[in-house]
Design a protein around this ligand. Structure first.
Ligand code: ZN
Length: 176
């Protein structure tokens, strides 16, 4: 089940509209996401509100946390800030078009499978070239010194998103 549908199911006041060009997303209310995600750790909670409730305040707080995480990985100053920005953009705006960022797709009424388009990463990968350009690092330097760490960094947010998705499914008492 996609998170948007799950949120709607958790809140009877929200109507999930199947077949829209952007299914359900703008019909989700902040309260639906916040309610469904109660009890999550802070990062997963902020990721959920940022991704699914379009909460700019949560996005700003997440950016601060992300920057601190990037510094924890050894990146400094402007580079840490830009890496945090790119990871947040990648996580949100480059969500896989097929699963819409859930990492899984519904294949029958009671079954979901790892998304065949993104292999569960829930995102379209940004090219190394583009990442390097956005952070302002020469491509060869990026490849040699940044690429692997950036993947790990981004992976922490992808993991937080999965925690949020699993949390919502657990609250629904279902795994389809
Ligand atoms: Zn996908």
């Amino acid at each position: 089940m996609r998170p948007d549908k799950a949120f709607a199911k958790l809140n009877a006041g929200t109507t999930y509209r199947e077949g829209r060009s952007s299914p359900g997303v703008d019909s989700i209310r902040w309260q639906d996401v916040a309610g469904a995600c109660q009890g999550l750790d802070e990062i997963a909670w902020l990721v959920a509100l940022y991704l699914w409730a379009n909460d700019q305040m949560a996005g700003s707080r997440l950016l601060v946390q992300a920057e601190a995480m990037a510094r924890g990985l050894g990146f400094e100053g402007e580079t840490a800030r830009k890496m945090a920005c790119v990871a947040m953009i990648e996580m949100k705006d480059l969500a896989c078009a097929l699963c819409r960022g859930a990492g899984e797709v519904q294949v029958s009424e009671h079954r979901r499978e790892v998304c065949p388009a993104c292999q569960g990463h829930a995102r379209r990968a940004m090219s190394e070239h583009k990442r390097a350009r956005w952070v302002g690092i020469p491509r060869s330097t990026w490849r040699a010194n940044y690429a692997g760490t950036y993947e790990d960094f981004l992976g922490q947010f992808v993991a937080a998103k999965h925690r949020a998705v699993n949390h919502v499914h657990a609250r629904l008492g279902t795994d389809d």
